[in-house]
Design a protein. Sequence first.
Length: 74
Amino acid sequence: MIPLEERQDLIRGYAAGEISWHELRERGFDDYVQVLGQLGELGLRPPIARAVGPNIEARRRGRAMLRAALQPVA
């Protein structure tokens, strides 16, 4: 298991776009939900991929689905 301080440094690096999800997995993170939870605990947000390239529409749809899923139920 990764020491807490090192985990937090890795998460900060991920949020800043300095390291990738692939590198986090190599360093011991198994679950992206775990990464999202740690980002939230540190008051950080996940990095956003630049809006260019062949998969832009798929990324936009994915972000829209996440936003809809995270909306409070009325």
